[in-house]
Design a protein around this ligand. Structure first.
Ligand code: IMP
Length: 445
């Protein structure tokens, strides 16, 4: 991957692919990326930051990844953190060292874009303060500093990137000025009243954190766009791994209850630094039901014992924040919209086993707003929260399906459920997951 190459990949098979979430995150993308990564040479993260949480189970071991691509667990794949990711350097060091402690060494296998922006300690405090309920709508963020870091990127003059870690001495005066201003702004915004201590927002403290980060991370910093160009030219296959979910997309999600990046295939060219024509296969991941963490509309939410049951059986508690997830029926309206917007060519349906034993399972097939049927998600979050979901109930399946390996061996009701969803959404379901292990996956080709 590192050697310069001017070969063309014209005529070589293009199997580059992207894995995206079709909901509000936590769809199970980590398992799908891990499964597919064996067939790819390079796995690339292109959006978000440590707000993501991918749990991958291998045998008795469970790995929670936040910033690193799930491909790191495949020892042959190169992992890339692209320019569109916002990197909390301390969180990245902790993740790398956590893997090293379990015998997984990333030396020579991880590249972090020199253009990726740094999540600074003051971004995390600002995130908490902005989301404390005193500054406008409470989004329910992960408090990982994602929104403030992307906002800083747009402001430009006060932003810091991975390349700045490598040349820290060139940024002394700027860092001093930014730290002073940030402490004053956070105080003026009412940090004290919100119980947020800004004492650590000073140049000495932040500079010494960045010096540690420079020592530990500079060996991974690279100009990743030309590395990816070389890989493609050599005929290597690249898998792009989205963080969060398409309903959390900054432009197309349930604004303002969204994250601050482009979470679908739309984010790949800019966030990874590759041609928009590169990827033809896009695997959209959804659960057999829907979940959401944080605030915002969720028309098919179940606020009864069926929602509680799904949460318990599906272990629906956040990987990043530990928060209980809101649970509801699968929503074919949002899935259809994210399929079209996201260029999804096939679907992986996760957690089929979680629904086993329910007498009936529901699918949201449409909405009406103030008595009128509507075709798509309203832009206004209050309207969206007020829609009436049309829920179609289908017969459930009694048997435990967690050991099923062939689609034909699923109970008829489960097969019917899968084909109904395919028809409503308009894309083939090529993988059905029936448990957390790699081998608990039904492949339909
Ligand atoms: P932020 O990305 O931390 O700014 O959070 C914005 C919204 O996106 C909140 O509702 C979060 O709970 C949600 N969110 C962000 N990342 C994820 C994820 O990976 N899974 C689920 N929800 C997420």
């Amino acid at each position: 991957m590192s050697s310069a190459s001017n070969q063309s990949n014209i005529g070589q098979e293009n199997r580059h692919a992207c894995v995206v979430g079709m909901g509000w995150g936590d769809e199970g993308k980590g398992k799908i990326v891990d499964l597919l990564a064996g067939g790819f040479d390079v796995v690339v993260r292109f959006n978000g930051g440590a707000n993501a949480g991918h749990t991958v189970r291998i045998g008795d071991d469970s790995f929670a990844l936040h910033l690193l691509p799930s491909g790191v667990l495949r020892d042959k794949a190169i992992s890339v953190i692209g320019p569109g990711v916002v990197v909390d350097p301390i969180a990245l060091i902790e993740e790398i060292e956590g893997l090293e402690a379990r015998g997984i060494d990333l030396a020579g296998r991880l590249l972090v874009s020199d253009r990726a922006h740094l999540v600074m300690p003051y971004h995390k405090l600002e995130d908490r303060l902005r989301d404390s309920g005193t500054q406008g709508k409470k989004i329910g963020t992960t408090a990982k500093g994602i929104g403030p870091c992307y906002a800083e990127k747009m402001l430009r003059s006060s932003a810091f990137r991975m390349i700045d870690l490598v040349h820290l001495d060139r940024h002394t005066d700027r860092l001093k000025a930014v730290c002073e201003r940030k402490a004053a702004v956070l105080e003026a915004m009412g940090a004290d009243d919100a119980g947020i201590n800004t004492i650590a927002i000073n140049y000495d403290e932040i500079n010494s954190t960045l010096e540690i980060a420079e020592r530990k991370l500079s060996k991974y910093v690279a100009e990743t766009t030309s590395c990816l160009e070389d890989a493609v030219a050599k005929g290597q296959q690249v898998l792009f791994e989205s963080a969060n979910g398409m309903l959390l997309d900054i432009d197309h999600g349930t604004f303002p209850y969204v994250t601050a990046s482009h979470t679908g295939l739309n984010g790949v060219p800019a966030g990874a630094g590759v041609s928009p024509h590169l990827v033809r296969r896009c695997v959209g991941v959804t659960k057999a039901y829907a979940t959401r963490v944080g605030n915002g509309p969720f028309p098919s939410e179940l606020l009864d014992e069926r929602g509680d049951r799904i949460r318990e059986v599906g272990r629906e508690f956040g990987t990043t924040t530990g928060r209980p997830r809101r649970c509801g029926w699968l929503d074919a309206v949002t899935l259809r919209q994210t399929k079209l917007l996201g260029g999804v060519t096939e679907i992986a349906m996760m957690h089929m086993d979680t629904l086993s034993g329910m007498a009936e399972v529901g699918i949201c097939t449409g909405y009406s707003l103030r008595g009128e049927a509507i075709r798509s998600m309203p832009a206004d979050s209050e309207d969206f929260a007020a829609v009436d979901p049309h829920i179609e109930m289908l017969p459930g399946w009694k048997d435990d399906v967690s050991g099923v390996t062939k689609f034909e061996s699923l109970p008829a009701e489960a097969r019917n459920y899968v084909t109904q969803v395919e028809e409503l959404v308009g894309a083939p379901i090529t993988m059905v997951s029936v448990g957390p292990e790699r081998n608990q996956t039904i492949h339909r080709t």
